[in-house]
Structures are given as C-alpha cells and as structure tokens.
Design a protein around this ligand. Structure first.
Ligand SMILES: O=C(O)CCC(=O)C(=O)O
Length: 267
C-alpha cells in the first residue's frame, strides 16, 4: 500500500518511484521469464530492435537500437501473474482508483554502450482517452541510473494538458530538453508510475550494464478511448476491481458502442 506522502507526491508531480512491491524471488522469476521471451522472439526471427524515428536522433549519433517486445502476457504465465499481482495492482489502485484495466505491456532492454534514447513526449498522443486516467507503470528488472538511461520526467507537466507535438509525436527538443528533465532513478524492483500527460523521455545507456524494464499501461475502465487505435493482446483485462460500464466504452467495444458513451474530445 502506498503512503499518503507517496500519493500526494504523485498528484503534485505526475510521477512516483516506489519500492517494496515485488519480493526478490518474484523478481528473479520475472527476469528469467523476460529473458526467455526475448530469446524466444529472437529465435523465431522477430524484429525486436526499436528506435524512435525523427531528427532528434541527430544529437545521438552513436546510439544503438533498443530491444523491444509487446504483450509479455501472450508469451509467459509469469507475466500474466504480474498483471494480477496483489501488491502491484493495489499500488496502481492507490493512485488511480479501485478499478484498474490493462491497456498494453511492453519490455525494453537498453543495451550497454549506447542503447537508445527516447525523445521527450506525452503518451497521450498514442492512445487518447476521454478522462486521462491512463498511466504507465514501469517495473525495473535492473537498476536504472542516469548513466544507464533511466526515464526522465518533467515534474508537474501532467497539469499542462495536451501539448502540441513536433515531427513524430514527440515534443520540440529545443523547448523540452531531455537533459533538463528530472531523472527517475530506480533500483531493481522499483516501480515508476507516471500519467500519460507527464512529459517524459530517457537518455542513452552509456554504462556497461544492461537496463531492463517492463512497462504496463493501465487505465480506469470507465475512461473510454477517443480513437480506435493501439489495440493489443489482453487489452481490457481487469487487473483489479470491476468494470462499472460492462463492455461499453472499452477497447473491445466498437466505435459505435463508444459513441454512446459521453466523451469530451480534446482540443
Ligand atoms: O523506457 C524508457 O526509457 C522510456 C519509455 C517511454 O518513454 C515510453 O515507452 O513511452
């Protein structure tokens, strides 16, 4: 359970790093399953390399691709279990409210010696929702220091609303320099929560150590999507609580269904 101070910190800053959610044994199993998923995907010839396109990359000429795979729960029961893990979902509910629904999962492995960076952005632009309940929950399977390219956030930026994007859905790097953002340094096992309106990105991994994370994107089930985009495996799974609307307004519903739900389009 998160403390009142942690909840207040999240409300004020739009992000929070918290520990003591997973046990060392659980983390070992989660990491072993993470490694197995990546090996399996690579052995099947899947393209697991990712790097965000656009001119922002010119600043990082030496950067390598990240390794990346969506939908961990489609490959591993260990990761399906994480989605229903009591302390994990309880900590999300402490910040979001009692009902927590899955949007998608993805892993990132940032290789040592110049594993790729992320330009500063808001996740809103990838999957806009009516009530902005959407939150990223990043589970750290390794430490994540500044040198390792930890996530960086702009505290309080979730209160700025939806910002204009620049090139490929990121924010103007001149206006929002990654170096000036706050490093969300984390230790193995720590969980980073941030709103999909919080401005964030990350630097390259310039260290000799691999950075391993899994990002679980979650929402309140009563918060309908504004566009039919970014569907993924198990989307709509209830991770905690109940779905107060039934199917209506969820990713499984058709756009026609969603039109019946009162939504407030963003400007
Ligand atoms: O893991 C990172 O370094 C950043 C991830 C991120 O910004 C995202 O997936 O939106």
């Amino acid at each position: 359970m998160l403390t009142t101070e942690q909840i207040q910190f999240y409300e004020k800053n739009g992000y929070l790093v918290a520990g003591d959610i997973f046990t060392p044994d659980e983390l070992n199993r989660m990491e072993a399953a993470y490694d197995d998923i990546l090996k399996l995907r690579q052995s099947k010839g899947a393209d697991v390399g990712a790097l965000w396109g656009g001119n922002w990359q010119k600043k990082y000429p030496e950067q390598k691709k990240l390794l990346h795979t969506h939908d961990l729960q489609a490959y591993s029961a260990e990761w399906s279990r994480v989605l229903l893990h009591d302390r994990f979902t309880e900590s999300i509910a402490d910040l979001m409210g009692p009902n927590v629904q899955l949007h998608h999962t993805k892993m990132f492995l940032k290789p040592p010696r110049f594993g790729g960076a992320f330009p500063m952005h808001q996740d809103y632009h990838y999957f806009p929702h009516a009530k902005d309940s959407m939150m990223a929950v990043v589970i750290h399977l390794s430490d994540s220091t500044e040198e390792m390219g930890c996530v960086r956030v702009v505290p309080g930026s979730h209160k700025l609303g939806v910002l204009e994007t620049f090139e490929a859905k990121y924010l103007n790097p001149e206006e929002y320099p990654a170096e000036e953002a706050t490093p969300a340094v984390a230790r193995r096992g720590d969980v980073l929560f941030f709103s999909y309106l919080t401005i964030h990105g990350s630097g390259m991994n310039t260290s000799d150590t691999i950075r391993k994370t899994v990002l679980v994107q979650v929402r309140d089930p009563a918060d309908p999507p504004l566009q039919d985009v970014h569907r993924s495996h198990s989307q709509g799974l209830m991770m905690r609580g109940i779905h107060p609307l039934g199917n209506e307004g969820t990713a499984e519903a058709t756009l026609e269904d969603r039109k019946r739900v009162e939504v407030k389009p963003k400007g």
